[in-house]
Every structure is written in structure tokens, then in C-alpha cells.
Design a protein around this ligand. Structure first.
Ligand code: UD1
Ligand code: CA
Length: 427
């Protein structure tokens, strides 16, 4: 098994935010969450150490509530990436397995890439493997400096690089795999004699070479995977990249997406085949959408939604925390929240499940059984149950349970005032 160290102590000044950088979200998951999940999903890691510093309490709280195989380690003050990793030394004194090091602000990294990387490290019998990438514009990255025979010499930071070194297009992606027992002593030898006056993690390469270790670089295939978030602009770009990747996967799996440019779907959502997603649909959170459903245009699923097969969610319909069974339609202008909806139900235009009581701030459940028909513009005030086959007349406000196969109607009876208009007009 592998242990990971995830660097997340940095300040993130350019986010201009009260929220720690790594706790910003793409859809419903934090940047840090994507990184930890990628590591966990390799199936190779048993323990993750998250290095925290700036706004440490918030990151600690997040980790403690969401990840039981992650531990936070405080780095204060923050003296550089090498100093950050050295914070785990006391925890790993007797450990002689592998450690992978990543950054908490690169949410696009995939578990497949990490697996390939760790396998490459093992195949080469490497002691230190750094992930590199070839960038047309390598500005600001550490450059991979190779010897004439192609072997890895060192990593030089932009600020310390000579003009020739700046021309190098192979960069340090900031992900490493280390044989811990062989490399741990390097951390007591790092120095700050560089342009930034920091303890550079990258200096372990030279240390490894000097100490006879097997040091290698493994080139990343898809550069976008190490896209780092430093600003809100980067956050939007990463969201776009992740969305494109997610939609491609759905389409490969048989989902029809009419216009991939206008659809936004959380990667935590599952969608069955032959379901059609119409333009301008926004789906966030964990949802499970069955086969042959039709969603949108202009639909909004907000999480914890389960749609069985052949469900239709039409325009201006918002759904959250609801299970809707097969062949049920909610085609227009509707809100369904905290609900269970049966099969073959028709939800008329403008139906609202009133699930929230603003006085006690509590949410209640609406239960709609099979074959129910809800007339347009009705409000179902939860908690309420509409039993099997019942109908609700249009414009009803339903506050009491409705029994099987009955009609509930609450609107005022229609009146006709004969000749009222002509009288008014003096005709
Ligand atoms: C680092 C690498 C560079 C590489 C780049 C890839 C070093 C010296 N340089 O540069 O070669 O191309 O990443 O993105 O390692 N952090 C801490 N504690 C600290 C300092 C940083 O936790 O004391 C964290 C930051 O929050 C961040 C990560 O480490 O997540 C990287 O730090 P950053 O300062 O952004 O490194 P770069 O200068 O980009
Ligand atoms: Ca830096």
C-alpha cells in the first residue's frame, strides 16, 4: 500500500476569498476532495496526510467530517514545499513503503493516471519518480533538467533558472512517488539558498542523485490533469474541463447530449443509456438517472435525485432529494423536493411541493403514489400523502392526505355573471 501527502498549506491569495483555496468547489465537491478521491480510487492508498497551514481549522474540519482515512498535519509557518512534506516525517519514521506527493489544488488529476504513475515507478525500480509534462509555455513551472544520456539531473525553479534552462519545455508537474525509507533523510538536508529562500521539495532530486538513488521522471499524457487553481478564472476553466470530460464519458456510455456546450452535469451523477439531456440543463450533486429519461431543456436537478427509467423532467422543472419512479412526467414549471413519486404519475404544469416551513426551518416529505394525476398550479403542502390513483384538481392547495382513487379539489367553484361585461360597457 501507498501513503499520500497532499500539500494544502499555501495561501491562495489570488482567489481573493474568505474560503481556503482547496475548499473551493467544482460542482458539489471541493478541489481537495477531488484530489483525495483520485488517490483513494487508485485502490493503492491506505492513508492520506493533508498538509494544512493557512486557514487550517477550516480545512481540518472538512477533512475530519469527510475522510476517515485522511489526517491533517499542520505546517506553520509555511517555509516551502520541502518543508511541507517534512512535516510528515514524525508520522512515517518506521514506514518503508511508497509515498506519493500531490497538491490539493489540482482537481483534474485522475486515479488512472496516478495508478499508471505508481506502476511506472515500480517497473523502473525507481526510488524517486517525478511526474513531468511537456508544455508549450512552461513559464512559472520548475524545469526538468536532464543529463546528456537523458537521465534526470535536477529540477530548477523558474526564478532560479538560467536563460537556457528557461527554454526547457519539460516541466515538473508537482506529483512525486518516493520510496520513503530511502528518501526520508533528504528532508534534514534541504537548504534555502535559492531565489525564494524556501525549502524546495524539488531539491530531493539532486540529493537522490548524490546518494546513489534511482531517480526518474515519468511523462504525463494529458496535461490538463495537472491544471492548478490559483484564481476564480482558473476555477471556471477547470469546471469547464471537468464538464467536457464528464459529458464525453456519458456520451461514450450511451447518453444523448443534444448540446454539450450548454449542459452542466456534476461528475458524481450517474446517467443510464438512451436518456436524452436537452440544452441548458444544470445537474449538480449525486443523482442517479435511469435509462430512457428525458431531461430539459432548462431543467435543474439539485442532488440526491433518483429517476427510474422513462421519467420526463421538462422545462423549468427543479428537483432535489426525490425518488421519481418510471413513466412519470413533470413537464413544465414545477418544483419537486423531499418527495417520493410513484409510477405513471402526471405532475401538471406549475405544481409545487411546499416542503419548507420557514417558521421552524424544517423540511417535510411529499409522497405521491402510483397513477396519481396532479392538476396544474397545485401546491402540495408537506407533510402530505396522495394515495394511489387519486386526482388533484387544478389550482388546489392540498394540506391533508388524499385517499385512493379520489378527487381532491380546493379551488372556489366557478361563477358565471351573465352579461356582466356588456353591462359594464353599456351595450
Ligand atoms: C511547485 C514546484 C515546481 C512545480 C510546481 C507544479 C517546488 C519548489 N516547486 O512550484 O517545480 O513545477 O509546483 O505546480 O516545489 N505549499 C505548502 N506549504 C508551503 C509551500 C507550498 O503546503 O510551505 C503547497 C501549496 O499550497 C501548493 C503546493 O504546495 O498546493 C505548491 O506550492 P507552490 O508555491 O504553488 O509551488 P510552485 O511555486 O507552483
Ligand atoms: Ca512558490
Amino acid at each position: 500500500m501507498v501513503k499520500s501527502v497532499i500539500l494544502a498549506a499555501g495561501k491562495g491569495t489570488r482567489m481573493k476569498s474568505e474560503t481556503p483555496k482547496v475548499l473551493h468547489q467544482i460542482y458539489s465537491k471541493t478541489l481537495l476532495g477531488y484530489v483525495i478521491d483520485a488517490v483513494n480510487n487508485t485502490g493503492l492508498a491506505d492513508e492520506n496526510y493533508v498538509i494544512v497551514g493557512h486557514q487550517a481549522e477550516k480545512v481540518e474540519e472538512y477533512i475530519n467530517t469527510h475522510y476517515n482515512n485522511a489526517k491533517t498535519v499542520l505546517q506553520s509557518p509555511q517555509l516551502g514545499t520541502g518543508h511541507a512534506v517534512s512535516m510528515v516525517c514524525p508520522y512515517l519514521e518506521n514506514y518503508d513503503g511508497e509515498v506519493i506527493i500531490l497538491c490539493g489544488d489540482t482537481p483534474l488529476i485522475t486515479s488512472d493516471t496516478l495508478k499508471t504513475f505508481i506502476e511506472a515507478h515500480r517497473k523502473m525500480s525507481s526510488d524517486i519518480t517525478v511526474m513531468s509534462a511537456i508544455f508549450d509555455n512552461p513559464t512559472n513551472y520548475g524545469r526538468i533538467i536532464r543529463n546528456n544520456d537523458g537521465s534526470l539531473n535536477s529540477i530548477v525553479e523558474e526564478k532560479d533558472a538560467t536563460i537556457e534552462q528557461k527554454d526547457v519545455k519539460e516541466i515538473n508537474a508537482g506529483i512525486y512517488c518516493l520510496n520513503w525509507a530511502k528518501i526520508k533523510n533528504a528532508f534534514t538536508h534541504l537548504k534555502t539558498n535559492n531565489a525564494q529562500g524556501e525549502y524546495y521539495l524539488t531539491d530531493i532530486i539532486e540529493w537522490g542523485n548524490k546518494n546513489g538513488l534511482n531517480v526518474n521522471a515519468h511523462i504525463l499524457e494529458r496535461n490538463e490533469e495537472i491544471y492548478g487553481i490559483n484564481s476564480k478564472l482558473n476555477l471556471a476553466e477547470a469546471t469547464k474541463l471537468m464538464t467536457a470530460r464528464t459529458l464525453e464519458k456519458y456520451m461514450t456510455d450511451g447518453v444523448t447530449i443534444v448540446d454539450p456546450n450548454s449542459v452542466w452535469i456534476d461528475p458524481q451523477t450517474e446517467i443510464g443509456k438512451d436518456t436524452i439531456i436537452y440544452p441548458s440543463t444544470y445537474i449538480e450533486g449525486k443523482n442517479i438517472i435511469g435509462n430512457n429519461c428525458k431531461i430539459g431543456p432548462f431543467a435543474h436537478l439539485r442532488g440526491d435525485v433518483i429517476l427510474d427509467d422513462f421519467v420526463k423532467i421538462g422545462n423549468y422543472v427543479e428537483v432535489k432529494k426525490a425518488h421519481i419512479k418510471s413513466h412519470t412526467n413533470a413537464c413544465h414549471l414545477t418544483y419537486i423536493g423531499d418527495s417520493e413519486v410513484g409510477q405513471n404519475v402526471n405532475i401538471g404544469a406549475g405544481t409545487i411541493t411546499a416542503n419548507y416551513n420557514p417558521l421552524n426551518k424544517e423540511k417535510s416529505k411529499t409522497i405521491i403514489k402510483d397513477n396519481v394525476k396532479i392538476g396544474s398550479n397545485s401546491v402540495l403542502v408537506a407533510p402530505v400523502t396522495i394515495e394511489e390513483g387519486a386526482n388533484v384538481g387544478a389550482l388546489s392547495v392540498i394540506t391533508k392526505n388524499v385517499s385512493k382513487w379520489s378527487l381532491a379539489i380546493t379551488r372556489a367553484p366557478q361563477k358565471i355573471l351573465e352579461g356582466w361585461v356588456s353591462k359594464k360597457l353599456g351595450k
